[in-house]
Design a protein around this ligand. Structure first.
Ligand SMILES: Nc1ncnc2c1ncn2[C@@H]1O[C@H](COP(=O)(O)OP(=O)(O)OP(=O)(O)O)[C@@H](O)[C@H]1O
Length: 285
């Protein structure tokens, strides 16, 4: 049997300063198979982002890491500098919460999308531009040629996040790490961007580690959920959303607002009374 695409075993991460040591990941273990999507959920500060940063070997200076992270059976913690550069550039792609924090504001969208592939893989610029246009089109960016000439500040957050998805797909990785990719967007852009990410990764058979606070969203686009609490994974599996067993997970799932509760929180203004009533009727079955 072949190794899982990603295998994290007993991962510990501590922040060691002159005065104290903070244990922030306390024995995280999880696996991700090829083509599988795993939702990593849990409250703020539980260690979700640290886990993904550890997979990229991108923990800040001062962190001490112990345990094992394997990508296709190869130790990520043991990779040489050159191997690590290739791993980050070609095998794992990351999508972050705030796309603006990860683009150079004085570079055009076209430069952002094409530079790394032209420089690192020596591909002809024309060919990379052609693929970039095609991918922008596939992720729903209209007038892609024009977009390539624009600067990040000329694009909305939702459009820029689509550009991010295109840039990750352009590198043809095997694994996408998506850390709250829609949290910074407005509600309409959130569902559009998530639908595109989900559709594109399924079409390409890519694996996804999806970090989110949104349990329903994680359940809708992932095969399994892993629940983090205080630097540990307390429960994982396909059953978690519908039949959690760990007391923390039971509480977390119980804290989800029901459709009824959410409707009750909606202000009933004249213009939405009809919609409100219709939704209530639907929720009542
Ligand atoms: N560079 C750092 N220096 C000090 N503490 C850190 C650092 N990075 C993370 N932490 C701490 O590690 C813990 C886990 O952080 P992490 O960002 O992984 O949480 P999270 O589950 O992703 O939370 P959120 O959902 O709010 O992003 C938190 O207590 C956080 O304050």
């Amino acid at each position: 049997m072949s190794a899982p695409l990603l295998e994290i075993t007993d991962l510990h991460a501590s922040l060691v300063t002159r005065y104290r040591r903070l244990d922030l990941l306390n024995g995280v273990s999880l696996t991700l198979d090829r083509g599988e999507a795993l939702g990593l959920v849990g409250e703020s500060g539980s260690g979700k982002s640290l886990t993904t940063r550890a997979v990229m070997r991108m923990l800040a200076k001062g962190f001490r890491t112990e345990g094992d992270i394997r990508f296709e059976g190869e130790s990520v913690l043991g990779m040489s500098r050159e191997r690590l550069r290739r791993y980050r550039a070609t095998e794992v792609g990351m999508i972050f919460q705030d796309p603006r924090a990860h683009v150079n504001p004085v570079h055009t969208v076209g430069d952002f999308l094409t530079e790394a592939l032209v420089r690192d893989r020596g591909l002809p610029r024309d060919e990379v531009v052609r693929r970039a246009v095609q991918l922008l089109d596939e992720v729903g960016v209209r007038h892609p040629e024009r977009r390539l000439r624009q600067y990040p500040h000329e694009l909305s957050g939702g459009l820029l996040q689509r550009v991010m998805i295109a840039s990750v797909l352009l590198a043809e990785p095997k694994l996408i790490l998506a850390d709250e990719p829609t949290t910074a967007l407005d509600v309409t852009a959130q569902s559009d961007v998530m639908a595109i990410l989900d559709e594109q990764r399924r079409a390409r058979g890519l694996s996804l580690l999806f970090i989110t606070h949104d349990l329903e969203l994680a359940n809708a686009c992932c095969d399994r959920l892993a629940v983090m609490y205080a630097g540990e994974i307390v429960e994982q599996g396909a059953h978690v959303y519908d039949a959690p067993t760990h007391p923390y997970t039971v509480e977390l799932m119980g804290a989800r607002p029901s459709i009824d509760e959410r409707l009750d929180r909606l202000p009933v203004l004249d213009y939405n009374i009809e919609m409100h009533d219709a939704l209530k009727a639907r929720a009542a079955g």
